[in-house]
Write a protein that binds this ligand. Structure first.
Ligand SMILES: NC(=O)c1ccc[n+]([C@@H]2O[C@H](COP(=O)([O-])OP(=O)(O)OC[C@H]3O[C@@H](n4cnc5c(N)ncnc54)[C@H](OP(=O)(O)O)[C@@H]3O)[C@@H](O)[C@H]2O)c1
Length: 321
């Protein structure tokens, strides 16, 4: 049987790389669109066997080039997303609302079998976050235009190549004290990247009918518990100190002056809301795809790199006599 073709936007990222491997191992062909084939081409190319992958360079604003790709696509997957805004048109509205709306229109025009769009958990509640508003507006437009869409709303996604557990382990290594925003009480349901990409594969293979699915891991962890697990895994002791909101705001204001900010004011607003299932939408467990990978067990497999003597540790290895 001829392999079906998935057109993937944002495939060079954390979730995308894992997804390309999973889809192509399951006899699906992929066409991956990237803004920079010179910088990202090698990484994307090595995720799949030759013959199963094409790479196309395009910005998300080149409508003509993007439209051409739809004539050969069976499925479309959108993984493009940003955590903070930057110049040159990279606004939340352009990335999370206008671009997904264009994709939905093209899915309709070319009668694509199924559209999978990655959104985010907790966006209904976070009404003061521009990130959440833009994701929600994107979702609404997509569902109005192309109902054969499945929107996946993951909680925080982790793996050995994330920007979450690895970045926190680096920071915990370097800083003697660590700030707890909102006293560290915000709750998350971290899902392993591989569990999430299995859900995407399943949605594609079964052309799942649910329009919004909340994708979560097997446990609820507070921000403080996550930091404690990481500290325990890298065998470090640090002071975790609740930071008053005005001080947190000041630090976010300062950080967001940098090109890759650790925290922005919008992210700080988002952190106020629990990132857990709402009870209003189906979850991955309810569609028969429970996530089984626990945060501590999985991070343990790569946390050694942040332990004493490890590649990312600030301390040299002291030989025990
Ligand atoms: N990771 C998480 O914890 C998490 C949690 C909830 C929701 N999500 C959502 O899941 C999706 C994928 O997340 P991810 O962690 O894989 O993201 P990622 O690693 O940051 O990758 C996103 C991809 O989007 C493309 N992209 C970024 N900025 C762009 C821009 N200005 N214009 C065009 N393309 C741009 C990039 O592709 P090129 O550089 O190749 O063009 C990049 O590879 C996103 O929509 C995100 O919001 C992620």
């Amino acid at each position: 049987m001829k392999a079906k073709n998935c057109l993937i936007f944002g495939g060079s990222g954390h979730i995308g790389s894992n997804l390309i491997r999973k889809l192509t191992k399951n006899n699906l062909r992929v066409t991956v669109v990237t803004r920079n084939i010179h910088q990202k081409g090698l990484k994307i190319k090595t995720q799949a066997n030759a013959g199963f992958i094409d790479i196309v360079e395009s910005t998300i604003y080149d409508e003509k080039k993007i439209e051409k790709l739809f004539s050969k696509a069976d499925y479309c997957i959108n993984l493009v997303g940003i955590l903070y805004e930057s110049k040159k048109g990279n606004s939340f509205k352009n990335i999370h609302t206008i671009f997904p709306t264009l994709l939905a229109k093209l899915c309709k025009k070319y009668n694509i079998k199924h559209f999978v769009h990655l959104s985010a958990l907790g966006i209904n509640n976070a009404t003061d976050s521009l990130y959440a508003i833009s994701k929600l507006d994107g979702e609404k437009n997509i569902l109005n235009i192309f109902p054969k869409t499945t929107i996946l709303r993951p909680s925080v996604v982790f793996s050995n190549s994330d920007n979450f557990s690895t970045q926190f382990m680096t920071l915990l290594n370097r800083l003697p004290i660590f700030p707890l925003y909102y006293s560290g009480n915000t709750k998350f349901m971290p899902i392993h990247c591989s569990d999430l990409t299995s859900i995407i594969l399943n949605v594609i293979q079964n052309e799942t009918k649910s329009q919004i699915i909340e994708c979560v891991g097997p446990e609820v962890l507070s921000f403080k518990e996550i930091l404690e697990i990481l500290l325990n895994l890298i065998e470090k002791k640090r002071f975790l100190i609740p930071l008053p909101l005005f001080a947190a705001n000041l630090t976010a204001k300062f950080f967001q002056l940098f090109p890759n900010p650790l925290l922005t004011q919008d992210q700080l607003r988002l952190l106020k809301y629990d990132n857990i299932t709402s009870g209003k939408y189906k979850t991955n467990s309810e569609i028969g795809l429970p996530s089984k990978l626990f945060f501590k067990n999985e991070v343990k497999k790569y946390s050694y790199m942040w332990k004493e003597g490890g590649q990312f540790s600030t301390e040299k290895y002291n030989e025990k006599s």
